[in-house]
Ligand binder design. Structure first.
Ligand SMILES: Nc1ncnc2c1ncn2[C@@H]1O[C@H](COP(=O)(O)OP(=O)(O)O)[C@@H](O)[C@H]1O
Ligand SMILES: [Mg+2]
Length: 397
């Protein structure tokens, strides 16, 4: 039926492998097989090259088997169909963590397996989205430069305009204000989510997000009492990012300016880092130090770093070209000064896009969002172009 699919059958039982092989061969596939011995817990231990799809029959060691797959980095996990005790919540949860596309009850129903194979085949033909799981960290070069304002509004545009699944993590656990920008008042937060790290998966994490109407999922400190420094660990935050990435195309982090182990862990994991500064000598000096640290200690590449000049004034003595030369960075993004609009947005807990969709500051935020992987400022084809293209013979209307 779908002979192009390269399938590997994995089990600890020879009779199951025989059965699956026979059935799939009769259905037109040419599966290979791997019989695991008692010595290995990781069912995929012997794999050098990943097949298109693994059908894993769970043994009584299902927990260890699924944990071993979940522990692999996502790019080293094959597409997976699991056959096992599907009604057990723990099996279901672990299979999800291991990235399984389907969990089929054992004893196996042949029609279920064929359906699952069809779905796996269709998914394989679908192109991977360009924005798959991107972490974007915002940090200011100096307090008050506008990192929180930009992190919140870029996250909002990702979700509201580009329709991309977005999480916003406010990692300022002492004076974080990101939820206020979106009129959200979380009761629980990061500290609670990290209390039970071993059970933190996307199902559990979803319960800690507060949800904005645009679709942005926000996670922050959940109380007015500041958290003592050192309360959360680098390993905890790394896990949080990993889990958030599984269910979001963008994880936007509002990161307080602090060079410590947690910041280092986040920066090392970031796909892109946005440094926000204003046109002042002190901000440019601090941005220079920050960029130096990111390049030498974190190993950030030039194309991962995005410099934003916020509250940009053309007439300022320090120009965008001066900033670019001093920081040896790519073209800085420019966001204009608009104190009235920004303060009214903050005071009412409204995002820029909702409050002043056509203001020049909002358009600048949309341009920045598009540079960071969104689509809000992508040119749309004109009505005339669309009309002509629909008249071309043979094109679907
Ligand atoms: N583009 C802008 N135009 C006018 N005011 C701004 C702009 N960006 C930020 N602000 C003001 O700066 C203040 C600090 O912004 P915030 O995002 O909290 O900075 P940071 O997170 O870098 O400390 C905000 O309260 C807002 O009033
Ligand atoms: Mg801030």
């Amino acid at each position: 039926m779908i002979p192009s699919l390269d399938i590997l059958l994995v089990s600890r039982r020879k009779d199951i492998l025989d059965y699956l092989e026979q059935f799939l061969t009769a259905a037109g596939f040419a599966p290979s097989r791997q019989l695991n011995s008692n010595g290995h817990v990781d069912p995929l231990h012997a794999l050098e090259v990943l097949p298109d799809l693994v059908i894993l029959h769970l043994s009584q060691l299902w927990r260890e088997e699924l944990e071993a797959i979940a522990a692999r980095p996502p790019e080293r996990r094959p597409a997976l169909i699991v056959v096992g005790p599907a009604s057990d919540m723990n099996v279901m949860r672990l299979a999800m963590q291991a990235g399984a596309r389907d969990l089929i009850p054992d004893p196996l129903n042949r029609a279920d397996l064929l359906q699952a194979l069809k779905r796996a085949h269709e998914e394989r033909r679908r192109p991977t989205p360009l924005t798959a799981g991107r972490i974007t960290v915002f940090m200011n070069a100096k307090g008050g430069c506008g990192a929180t304002m930009l992190a919140c509004n870029v996250a909002h545009v990702f979700a509201a305009k580009s329709k991309q699944r977005t999480a916003l993590l406010d990692l300022d656990l002492q004076f974080g204000a990101a939820p206020l920008y979106l009129d959200l008042y979380p009761k629980r937060g990061i500290a609670q989510a990290l209390e039970n790290l071993t059970h933190l998966d996307e199902v559990a994490l979803d319960g800690y997000f507060v949800k904005h109407a645009s679709g942005v999922n926000v996670l922050s400190h959940g109380s007015d009492e500041p958290l003592a420094p050192g309360t959360i660990s680098p390993a905890g935050v790394s896990r949080l990012l990993e889990v958030a990435l599984r269910s979001h195309e963008h994880v936007v982090v509002d990161m307080p300016r602090c060079v410590d182990a947690v910041t280092t862990a986040v920066m090392k994991r970031a796909n892109q880092i946005v440094i926000v500064l204003q046109q002042s000598v002190t901000a440019v000096r601090d941005a220079t130090r920050l960029m130096q640290w990111l390049r030498s200690d974190i190993g950030a590449a030039k194309e991962q770093l995005c410099v934003v000049i916020n509250r940009h004034e053309k007439s300022s003595e320090i120009t965008a070209a001066d900033v670019q030369r001093t920081l040896a960075c790519s073209d800085p993004a420019l966001v204009p000064n608009d104190f009235k609009t920004v303060s009214e947005c903050i005071n009412s807990g409204t995002a820029l896009l909702d409050y002043a969709g056509s203001a020049s500051i909002t358009r600048a935020v949309m341009t920045l969002e598009t540079r960071l992987g969104g689509t809000s400022a992508q040119p749309r084809s004109s009505v005339i172009a669309r009309t002509f293209s629909s008249l071309i013979p043979g094109r679907p209307r």
